[in-house]
Design a protein. Structure first.
Length: 139
């Protein structure tokens, strides 16, 4: 199944059953005043396809992924901070942390990612967007 990705939007792939991840996506949607992003869960057929196309093993994935179609993709803290860079309300200032070494940023990210289900819980299935938000989701 070939899905045409929007070339003028950045795509966020996220863990659709993670409560922390779903909360983060709702936060991004609220603060994405320039309508920069589209979303797909890592568990969706499209999410799996996009991950495989980038040579990432979908069974070993513990990260948010930001894709700029035809340009680049980011994982972990680099993805999160590049997402923050596009948000309204001063959150773009968080991009200053991109100056920290990747190992330091990803160390913190990995600690949270490894404990996200224990600390924040997990859903039985991916969230279903409201009719108003449906157009922002690609899967």
């Amino acid at each position: 199944m070939e899905v045409l990705l929007p070339t003028n939007k950045k795509i966020i792939l996220f863990d659709g059953v993670c409560n922390l991840c779903n909360g983060a996506i709702n936060f991004v949607i609220t603060h994405d005043k320039k309508d920069v992003f589209r979303y797909a869960s890592l568990q969706s057929d499209l999410g799996i396809q996009l991950v495989k196309e980038r040579g990432i093993d979908p069974t070993k994935l513990d990260s948010i992924i930001l894709i700029e179609p035809g340009v680049v993709y980011y994982e972990k803290s680099t993805a999160a901070l590049n997402i923050a860079k596009e948000l309204s309300g001063g959150y773009s200032l968080m991009s200053v942390f991109l100056w920290l070494p990747n190992a330091v940023r990803d160390g913190v990210y990995d600690l949270i990612a490894a404990n996200r289900y224990k600390w924040f819980g997990k859903k039985d299935s991916c969230m279903i967007p409201t009719p108003e938000l449906k157009a922002k989701f690609l899967d």
